[in-house]
Design a protein around this ligand. Structure first.
Ligand SMILES: NC(=O)c1ccc[n+]([C@@H]2O[C@H](COP(=O)([O-])OP(=O)(O)OC[C@H]3O[C@@H](n4cnc5c(N)ncnc54)[C@H](O)[C@@H]3O)[C@@H](O)[C@H]2O)c1
Length: 393
């Protein structure tokens, strides 16, 4: 039985994905084998010696002390892409909010709700909230990962924008997913040049922290509209405020609330809504992967990619060297691997005994586990290989 501690509220789907006969999942767990976390900050947390793995239900891992985990041999998984559609949809709303002062307009109507002839007054005042259409405007998408690729495609195909994308490390899968209408920029400056709208979809790292600074903003076309749905810390708030005041930025829309920006005109701060699509949609579609990165780690090639600090694990190759590390590695594999047919420690103990008894003619044929879909497709699984060979020839 493996013990999993949750540091945040995690979708109940986790209980479907991690069956109760093999896993206990609870927020109170003094000696967890694994931790499931969303946004809880783990940097100052004492990592229990029992801990084998941490799965982050989300893309970034900046709330997890990766170096400390690597030193202690704790595998860290993330689930980039699991909520990509939910974020991308919100970014599309962000583009509209960056164009017209929708938030300001809604507030104005609420403030004037007691006016007798509100309709007529609105007709007089509405000019202060108007803005440009998106069609044929130039959009720069910085970072063409799971979210950036969806945004680029939707903006080009849905809104009729001219989209340039910049991502020096783009994955083959995301490159394939991009519409042909997206222009590839070889340098960030090429994408930013003359862009009317800029949207940032890159991870927060030491090198990207504070990248939206004075220099970055001054390299934009005057009156550009900037969206940051990645991380609040990517932006220097003083630089953003100054740029809004001078008109260098016409609007800044972000999914990260900050007290410095909350009251600034032409700034829209959302309360981190991107990753919270509600019960249906992404949760249902991606729930298993999103909440149960642990159990899916070996089955799902995408999950294997996301064993962030320990690629050896994801490949399933035992490490050479320290026997203690090898034992730990094996434990981690047992924790991750729930494929049908996989030998859980309890089964692993039973199976050789059954085989021995069967060979000695004193027991029934050993139980065979149902084949996985991949094995069935290849004709492997429940039948011994010899039988298959004879059947084929
Ligand atoms: N607002 C939210 O609720 C929310 C939800 C999920 C993710 N996010 C943020 O969005 C970011 C992107 O998420 P994703 O799922 O698309 O991740 P992803 O890993 O699929 O994509 C990130 C992309 O950024 C690219 N990149 C990295 N550094 C770059 C740089 N310096 N310049 C240009 N491109 C660079 C990478 O090559 C990658 O393709 C995450 O890191 C996370 O911080 C926010």
């Amino acid at each position: 039985m493996y013990k999993i501690q949750t540091l945040n509220a995690i979708s109940p789907i986790v209980h479907e994905a991690l069956s109760a006969d093999m896993y206990t999942v609870s927020p109170e767990e003094p000696t967890p084998d694994a931790i499931l976390v969303r946004s809880a900050a783990m940097h100052d947390m004492e990592l229990p010696p029992s801990l084998l793995a941490i799965a982050r239900a989300g893309a970034g891992t900046n709330n997890i002390p990766i170096d400390k985990c690597s030193e202690k041999g704790i595998v860290v998984f993330n689930t980039p892409g699991a909520n990509a559609n939910a974020v991308a949809e919100l970014v599309m709303a962000g583009l509209l909010m960056a164009s017209r002062d929708i938030a300001g307009g809604i507030s104005w109507v609420k403030e004037n709700k007691d006016e007798k002839d509100l309709g007529k007054l609105a007709e007089k005042k509405k000019s202060q909230f108007v803005g440009p259409e998106l069609r044929d405007k130039k959009l720069a998408v910085i970072g063409l990962g799971a979210i950036g690729a969806l945004v680029a495609n939707a903006a080009a195909q849905g809104f009729g924008m001219n989209v340039s994308g910049y991502d020096p490390y783009i994955s083959v899968a995301h490159a394939w997913a991009l519409s042909r209408a997206i222009h590839r920029a070889d340098a960030m400056e090429d994408a930013l040049k003359n862009a009317d709208y800029i949207t940032i979809h890159i991870p927060l790292t030491d090198s990207t922290k504070g990248m939206i600074n004075e220099t970055f903003i001054n390299s934009l076309k005057p009156g550009a509209r900037l969206l940051n749905f990645s991380r609040g810390e990517l932006a220097n708030t003083d630089a953003v405020k100054a740029a809004i005041a001078s008109g260098q930025l016409a609007a800044y829309v972000t999914d990260f609330a900050s007290p410095e920006l909350a009251d600034t005109p032409h700034v829209v701060c959302l309360p981190h809504l991107g990753a919270n699509p509600g019960k249906r949609g992404a949760l249902r579609r991606n729930g298993r992967r999103r909440t149960a990165g642990l159990s899916g780690a070996r089955r799902d090639p995408q999950q294997r990619e996301h064993a962030g600090n320990c690629p050896g694990h994801s490949g399933g190759q035992p490490r050479a060297g320290d026997p203690q590390k090898r034992a730990r590695h094996r434990e981690q594999h047992l924790l991750f691997d729930r494929r049908p047919g996989h030998k859980h420690p309890e089964h692993a103990e039973q199976e050789p005994g059954r085989q021995r008894r069967h060979r000695a003619g004193i027991g029934p044929e050993p139980r065979r586990y149902p084949a996985g879909r991949a094995e069935q497709a290849q004709g492997r699984g429940t039948r011994p290989p010899g039988v298959i060979r004879r059947a084929v020839s």
